[in-house]
Design a protein. Structure first.
Length: 140
């Protein structure tokens, strides 16, 4: 297993950050690295719910994604399992901070060879993802 951890202090309340995650229209705008867009097919935001979407790369490549929501704690936690390759579990924790919300993003990949070979890309992509989330939260 390989673990990727990113934290970001977001100048907004945990409620505002959670709202940008639970709303599929808003989530589609910020999910993924720069230049990528999303088409959501199924978004059942509840424990056990399915999330099926296609991420469209800037070069026109489509990346099908299938996840299951494992745990949702309003304004505090989103935990999901990505069930197609690459297999991973993602936790997004939200904690109040002096300036808004401390978001902690932890991805645990099952295939260490894959994740280590992709570490540079994944770390950069996660930072871009969080940059896009900050912009989305600022839109309100």
């Amino acid at each position: 297993m390989s673990v990727f951890r990113h934290s970001r202090d977001i100048p907004a309340s945990p409620e505002a950050v959670y709202a940008a995650i639970q709303d599929p229209a808003r989530l589609a705008r910020w999910w993924g690295p720069d230049g990528f867009t999303n088409t959501f097919h199924t978004f059942e935001f509840r424990p056990g719910g399915s999330w099926l979407f296609t991420m469209h790369g800037p070069d026109g490549t489509d990346y099908p994604n299938q996840s299951e929501f494992l745990e949702l704690v309003p304004n505090a936690l989103v935990r999901l399992r990505h069930v197609n390759e690459p297999l991973f579990e993602l936790s997004i924790a939200l904690e109040p901070s002096a300036t808004g919300t401390l978001l902690t993003w932890v991805g645990v990949f099952e295939n260490p060879a894959f994740s280590e070979s992709m570490r540079s890309f994944l770390e950069g992509a996660n930072e871009q993802n969080l940059n896009r989330l900050v912009l989305e939260v600022g839109r309100g």
